[in-house]
Design a binder for this molecule. Structure first.
Ligand code: NAD
Length: 349
């Protein structure tokens, strides 16, 4: 398995492999770029089909974190870690502690946070082995009912991003009467639906988990939609909040919404799909820009957490997106390409 000649290798600063015999931990940490600060990123635990798949994931995800942090205006670089294993079957306190020691061994080049397959309690356990953890609420915050879950900030940032996109297309901020289709009403999608409902938008929702749909129908008057139809509805905004690669050769020609703005990671199946979206005249909010609320929240997490400061920073998602939209229109280049160029100008400066 090659690393330096791997297609996803992009001058990563560190790629560290670790096996802990006592707990059975097998994990990889990748730190992409620390020009702006230590490499912050989640720890994903997943039953990868092969070691090669795990390496591909960690290289790609850590690179993405560098771009995300740079455009979110954070003094941080990009990193990510993966634990090879099934979180439901293989996760033990000993394994999580071993992961904490692995993080510590990098001396702060990498700062770990939660991701799919790991939870805030897992990160709290890692924190007993390493100082280099992000996204943990302090005792005062916990007493105030906060957990360190970044989803509320991700949802608010996505809502702010939708406002910016609507303003760019329609020239006003008014979301009342706006028609929005949300794919996936889980942690982020549900909270996004709440913000949109409170702003007077009409909602259409889908989810593979029926109770999630029922909750959105009951609480927000959302209309349930079949999973295969959600992207093709005749609405103003399509908000993917479930899976990656939803914008692809098959779906893009079917999309009728003028705006695509949601929290899902890796929405474009391939770079060519960014061009397809542009050619169809659709406005796409690059995923890592609009869903940066979580990483912004993690940055401020800890003693002295100030919600007003976090909210002020989240507003910048809107202004960054507006700049991207304007440049995309002027330069006739996909919004994702513009976002990447803007991020590189920041972290390579
Ligand atoms: P989640 O698992 O809580 O919610 C995802 C929802 O999508 C679930 O309810 C699931 O049942 C549903 N779903 C899965 N497959 C589906 C399908 N084919 N069609 C319709 N619904 C489907 O996850 P989340 O934390 O809400 O994250 C949603 C997306 O946003 C993910 O892509 C995630 O990577 C991204 N994201 C989340 C955060 C965060 O702070 N949680 C931050 C950045 C990006």
């Amino acid at each position: 398995m090659s690393v330096f000649s791997h297609p996803e290798f992009d001058a990563h600063e560190h790629v560290a492999f670790h096996h802990d015999a006592g707990s059975g931990l097998r994990a990889i940490i990748a730190v992409h770029n620390t020009r702006l600060g230590c490499g912050l990123g989640g720890c994903r635990m997943f039953p990868y089909a092969s070691d090669a798949d795990a390496l591909t994931d960690v290289l790609r995800l850590s690179r993405g974190m560098t771009y995300k942090a740079a455009l979110a205006g954070l003094p941080q670089g990009g990193g990510k870690s993966v634990i090879l294993g099934d979180p439901r079957r293989d996760k033990t306190p000993a394994l999580i502690r071993a992961m904490g020691r692995f993080v510590e061994s990098l001396g702060g080049a990498y700062v770990v946070a939660e991701d799919s397959g790991t939870s805030v309690p897992d990160i709290r356990l890692m924190a007993e082995e390493t100082r280099h953890v992000g996204g943990l609420a302090d005792e005062k915050s916990i007493a105030a009912g906060r957990t360190g879950d970044p989803s509320p900030a991700t949802a608010l940032g996505t809502f702010i991003g939708i406002q910016a996109a609507v303003r760019f297309i329609l020239g006003h901020d008014e979301l009342r009467g706006l028609n929005v289709a949300i794919q996936g009403v889980g942690n982020v999608g549900y909270r996004l639906a709440k913000h949109l409902h409170e702003a007077g938008a009409n909602l259409w929702v889908t989810d593979i988990h029926a109770p999630a749909v029922e909750r959105a129908v009951a609480e927000f008057g959302a209309k349930p939609v079949a999973m295969d139809d959600i992207h093709a509805l005749d609405v103003d905004v399509f908000a993917p909040c479930a899976l990656g690669a939803i914008l692809n050769e098959r779906t893009i020609p079917q999309i009728r919404a003028r705006v695509i703005a949601g929290a899902s990671n890796n929405q474009l199946a391939t770079p060519a799909d960014g061009l397809r979206v542009l050619d169809r005249g659709l406005l796409y909010a690059p995923d890592y820009v609009i869903n940066a609320g979580g990483i912004i929240d993690i940055h401020y997490e800890g003693p002295g957490y100030d919600e007003a400061k976090v909210h002020a920073h989240l507003q910048r998602i809107g202004s960054t997106l507006t700049t991207i939209f304007e440049r995309s229109k002027a330069e006739k280049r996909p919004t994702g390409v513009i976002a990447d160029a803007m991020a590189e100008a920041i972290f390579r400066a």
